[in-house]
Design a protein around this ligand. Sequence first.
Ligand code: PEP
Ligand code: MG
Length: 410
Amino acid sequence: MISKLVIEILEDKKKSPSKINIPSIVVAEKINPNTLAELESKNLIGLITSKGGLTDHTSIIAKAMGVPYLINVENASEKIKNGDFLIIDSNEKSVKINPEKETILKYKKIISDQEIKNRKQLLNSKDKAFTKSGKTINIMANVGSLEDGKKAFEYGADGIGLLRTELCFINSSVVPEEETHYKTYKKILETIPEKKCTLRLLDFGTDKKVSYLPVSNEQNPAIGNRALRLGFMYYESLLKPQIRSFLRLSKIFEIKILCPMITTPNDLIQVIDAIKQEQEELNLLGEEINEIPEIGIMVEVPNVAMNPLDFVSTADFFSFGTNDLAQFLMAADRTNEMVSHYLEQANQTVVKLIKDFAKALKPYKKEISICGELASNQSYLKEFIDLGLSSLSVTPSQIPKIKTKILSLI
Ligand code: PEP
Ligand code: MG
């Protein structure tokens, strides 16, 4: 999709990136998620880098911001000069530098056609979408900020399928306390009233680094001490306050708790025990939390994807994290453009695993959904619906397009 025609005024390198005060495309060797989250989004109209991955968190945040992001542009910072006029074509995955007037006019037309199409699709997205034969699937939103929550509502999300809670605190200078967790999520949940929302426990590590955790010099951080592994290492400061905030929120919102990077059944049992323990402690303080929310797991480690029956008696629901699952299956780092072609070939295998998983769990009637980037790949939409998946969770701006597609399916 051609997202925007952009008049490019390159960032002055001496300025801090958060002070972009004119509409700009930022061109860099690489941008990490922290820097991107800091950038003033109103004036950030595009990103071009030489390094990065299509499913890394910089890409995910850029998508959520609605900012066209082109990666793998060789020597981008040398080729593009301050003041150049640029057009990013996200379809072709190319950048036009100082194009002819004719090209500019062609792209202006493409943009205005696209805007008309977007407006039509938005009309289809307020309600649940059904195929012509009456089948349906929830189209939920992936959210990492209050802004995303507002967009989820605007684009007609059937709920929040994945709240990446770690993104809410990625640039915080201190560890978030229980009250900070509570207030932050409460505001987000209020953007999408009366809908089911799935809150994921913190998944720090790999490309989501924070200043308040010790620097990790791990050789393989994606398969190292991340997510709940890290959470339990710093239980009192990281996980405990978050679990407590979730439990308190469950009294006023319909929420589910999602556990990232579960690898073995014991990992899940450890979380459930911790949640029960916090429930007891909160109740001693007079909170009256009678029921704990459903607790589900991300299916993003091959050991889980291949052994669904090992988890069926303990997990209430399952959500496929196809971004991590693909990187582990293909042995290809999702943040590394040099191996991204492997990830582009992972879809068939991931879909096969989802199918086998759903088949094995059919008698148990557990909810299975997808919240990785594969969820928005329309070539598989019909298969996902026919499999009986309960939801697909995608970047909010993709929702109208997907719901419109559902309406056209048999
Ligand atoms: C995934 O791995 O597919 C996922 C949804 O989680 P994240 O992208 O935050 O790792
Ligand atoms: Mg993941």
